[in-house]
Unconditional design. Sequence first.
Lengths: 404, 404
Amino acid sequence: MLAGFRILDLSDERGHLAGKILGDMGADVIKVEPPGGDPLRRRAPFLGGLEDPERGLAWLAHNTSKRGITLDLAPLAGRALFSRLVARADVVLESFAPGTMEGWGVGWEILSAENPSLVYCAITPFGRTGPYADYAAHDLVTVALGGNASMTGDADRPPVRCSLPTAYFHAAPEAALGIVMALYARDAGGPGQLVDVSMQECQVATLLSGVGQYERRGALGVRAGARLGRTREIWPAADGFVTFGLRGGHARTKNLIATVEYMAECGMAPDWLRELDWSSYRPEQLSAGELDRLEAAFGAFFESRTMGELYEQALRRRILLAPCNDPAAVLAHPQLRDRELFVEVESPDPQVQLEQPSFFARAGKDGIAIRRRAPRLGEHNDEVYGELGIGSHQLGELRDEGAL
Amino acid sequence: MSASGIFAGVRILEFGSGAAGPVATRYFAEQGARVIRVESAKRPDFLRLLHGPDPDAAPMFALLNPDKESVALNLAEPAAREIAERLVDWADVVAENFSPGVMARLGLDPERLRETRPQLITVSGCLFGQTGPQRAYPGFGGQGAAIAGFNHLTGWPDREAVGPYATITDSLSPRYVALAVAAALLERRRTGLGRAIDLSQIETGVFSLSEMIVRQSAGAPEAMRRGNHCEYAAPHAVYPCRGDDRWIAIAVFDDAQWLALRGVLDECEGGDDWGGDERFSTVAGRLAHEDEIDGRIADRTRDRDPRELMHSLQSAGVEAGVVQNFDDVLNDPQLAHRDHFQKLTHPRLGELSFERSALRFSENPGSVARPGPLLGEHTRVVLKEILGASPEQIDRWIRDEVLV
């Protein structure tokens, strides 16, 4: 979809996924790494447990569909080379602390003066200006300041984050979208422009208007862990956890009736439960004792069944229940397999097949799919610099000068 | 609507309900696109009924749908479906997030629409996608997050798999919907052709978790929920502060930050050497003793003001952030600097704080100008402007329950 657009991706782990997304959509994404390689290359776990910058699994996952070059922006020769790359690029994507690129003499204002049609996207924790612009953050601190952590986890323990970086997961498609929007504006005859992405604002968006609702209501919520308000959402099954809301409301009535039928067929619905009128079920009006009794009946049933059994029946009976899948279950999921979400990607070790999701949406021919595995360090130096007309002799000189 | 918006002149017709679909089109409305929602009082968007029976007094709906127009169209009526098809003729983009098959039953399936209108862009964004054995699964976002693996990754290792607050597939998927549509609009400028996009909310979640999938397929240690701990950094957690439910997130990635943290926390304790233990001098050592370190840090943060401590730590070069509750987020100085919240007056709900995207464009500021529409607020103006319908015809359609 984005064939013909060239993107220089200077980002670190906070932006890798944004570059990957654009590459998976067909753009020519060139990952620009410092001579020692991107720090994520050294992040464990490694393929086969062998510490090697070509085997870091987080690196491999987030850098598909990119070509890779090395470039040191600090020396003059490196800076000059970068200018030549920028002259032939549509987009620069970076996630340095504000002012870093300016310190190297390759900030937005300078690059834009050299190439007025350039789109420059900066992903930062809080935005390029403002009172917290110079504050440092990766995932945890962003999720804290963005409001989501305050409501995640149990009331009797500290607020908690997701153990993989949801701050990056939201900022990446937002930044990719901002880049495509700026290209759309440019292709209508406008100039290139700066796209300033705040990871914190992306986190506020995860609250789905919760802050505006709070302002109107005037009462703060509480972390409720496995519950949503008074009713349980997460239940132990025989081999893990399932999600099932014991909430009321019209949209859930049929599913509650179907669940009790299922329990009855298994001989696990007491008489009083079978006689309940779910159309008038209002959990907020029940006493604590009544809720406990309900919860105990459903809880005993779910605990007697595996996640797989419960989900199979949920599909058959249209029950709003789902397993809290572990990675193995996600990778083996029949629906995702049927849609061919996972593809084998060439691995640094021919003995081990690596699989990963190939698309975030199906968009038809030449749409969205992994184009190539993550690049080895400097793998495309000859190719990319060759496209600038730099021969192997000159490349050797640049290497000696420390530019690569 | 902003006349100078990136998407000025772009026309989007939206079917569906909830958060995942409607949030996606907001990016376009904020940048000048005209977004018309097709709704009906016969089957209102469930967000309109979340807070009570009046569909026009629902804060969550109003907050998530600013700058859109609402047309009341009872699609059970053949005449309404004819009107819908004429609105499709007007549109550049048709966005929907019904269950698979609903659009087809209405005679509006993307394949059919695009047969005669190859320039049309359609996007379908249901939970599991348009194909596959489980496509009809009736779950909400809570189930989507569990199926994709987010619950497994969020919470305490000794407790339930709770998942991040709110429904993360509802905040991830709209970003990908908007990205796919924007890219299709950009591509259409060159090719003249639209695309049919089939997006599964769950797959956007699994795509985000590419690292988890790659690790699993490589046979590496499974990604798992670990509270706030991090596999490669310590200390990395949330610590108590002075006040009711007040917390600070602190993330230390290297030895310099560790020394800086010790410096700041020593200050308040009269210089005791709580962190000087030789065992804590390396990342590996800190990871091995992180519970012990967490306890020592908590003893030193417990009586401190979280905001002052954040400022002290950030000034010293340590990543730290207040765990902001919704009131803090509403009053956050950085978000205020970026004009994240925009106050608008809703005719039924009064003043509400609407949110902007996380993108700031140097050339196209964009705007949030009108609160989410009342149900059918724009029926007359849309039918007059787009269909050229007379007031008498519109009255007849209203009487015949076509326009309700």
